[in-house]
Design a protein around this ligand. Structure first.
Ligand SMILES: [Zn+2]
Length: 350
């Protein structure tokens, strides 16, 4: 429980800033607290810079409300960079020194900060198994997606990035219901807002990335399947696709070697569709750098998804996968970040 007590965020909208501020106060020469922008509700979106090297990595997470689960592992990894100590106290001084000489690392692990505050109200300790059992896929799905199901809206349809103001008002004020976790309080799905930029959060993240010009962007989400890196992303071709697979496979191999529960499938594209302009594709097409996309297991695999996986060649090896504990989720993100940064040291994200 040590790692959970040290890094898990029960109230991520406040706890992440407190942790980053603590890092910046204790290690002013090694890191810097950043304000990336301001959310729809006026909350600050925080980031942290570590190191001053010429290679720039950006770790982005928390675009969806129910996905603050990648922030604790990011904080644990930052702690390693600042203290030179691994998750079990191992001395990583030489590795950290090499990393911070070569790289500048930017962490923005909670972009949808308003949504994370709402999620913390909906789910005790932001731990989905505290509220849901594996038998209740319908109820969990409603918490994530509504009011899309009720209003007959389809995610991923061309041009879809949000609920209208009228739909948000109808759902929350007239019907008195909770907005689904896919959305910000404004009703925007931040992952799908990369052509329209309707949300202040999306605009802030876009401007930040253009300012720092990263060599690599890793974006992490949380889902109800085993943890997995999904590359190549739909818009990647040729050398860009090969590079994404090289990095993704190594991140998955090191996760598997660590003994943590994870997908047994090789890396592959997350989804296939002609219309693509989600965040990782925006990065690939507009920033021209290595773009990686991963999904960390949220700690719950509903029975319904396990059953469908048994007859689905794309997921069948994972049908009986064990779900990770909170500590294992922290370790998963840490192992992925260590593997990625190590490859960056050796290959310069090329
Ligand atoms: Zn997501």
């Amino acid at each position: 429980m040590r790692l959970v007590n040290q890094f898990w965020f029960a109230d991520p909208a406040n706890d992440l800033h407190a942790k980053f501020a603590e890092f910046a106060a204790n290690y002013p020469a090694r890191c810097e607290l950043l304000k990336i922008g301001t959310s729809y509700r006026g909350r600050a979106i925080h980031g942290l810079r570590v190191g001053r090297g010429h290679l720039r990595l950006a770790v982005i997470a928390g675009l969806h409300s129910q996905e603050p689960l990648n922030a604790p592992g990011s904080a644990a990894f930052i702690h390693t960079l600042l203290t030179h100590s691994g998750l079990d106290g191992e001395d990583l001084s030489a590795w950290v020194e090499e990393t911070l000489t070569k790289q500048t690392l930017y962490f923005v692990p909670l972009v949808n900060v308003d949504g994370a505050a709402r999620f913390a109200e909906d789910v005790p300790n932001c731990w989905i198994p505290n509220r849901f059992h594996t038998t209740v896929w319908e109820e969990l799905s409603q918490c994530i997606n509504e009011p899309m199901m009720t209003f007959g809206l389809k995610r991923g349809a061309p041009g879809f990035n949000r609920l209208t103001e009228e739909q948000v008002r109808e759902w929350t004020e007239v019907r008195g219901r909770r907005l689904g976790w896919l959305f910000t309080d404004q009703g925007v799905d931040l992952w799908e807002d990369w052509q329209k930029f309707d949300a202040p959060e999306t605009r802030a993240l876009r401007d930040f990335l253009f300012q720092i010009r990263p060599h690599c962007v890793l974006e992490l989400h949380g889902h109800e399947r085993p943890s997995r890196i999904y590359v190549p992303i739909p818009s990647a071709r040729g050398e860009a696709a090969r590079l994404q697979m090289l990095y993704g496979e190594e991140m998955m191999t090191q996760l598997e070697e660590s003994g943590l529960p994870c997908s047994r499938h090789s890396v592959r594209t997350y989804q296939y569709k002609e219309y693509f302009q989600e965040f990782p594709d925006f990065v690939n097409l507009n920033l021209g750098c290595l773009s990686l996309f991963g999904e960390t297991c949220c700690g719950l695999m509903p029975d319904r998804l396990r059953e469908s996986a048994r007859t689905d060649p794309l997921n069948r090896r994972d049908a009986d996968s064990r779900t990770p504990t909170q500590e294992e989720i922290i370790r998963t993100v840490w192992v992925w970040l260590k593997a990625l940064v190590e490859l960056g040291n050796h290959r310069s994200y090329q």
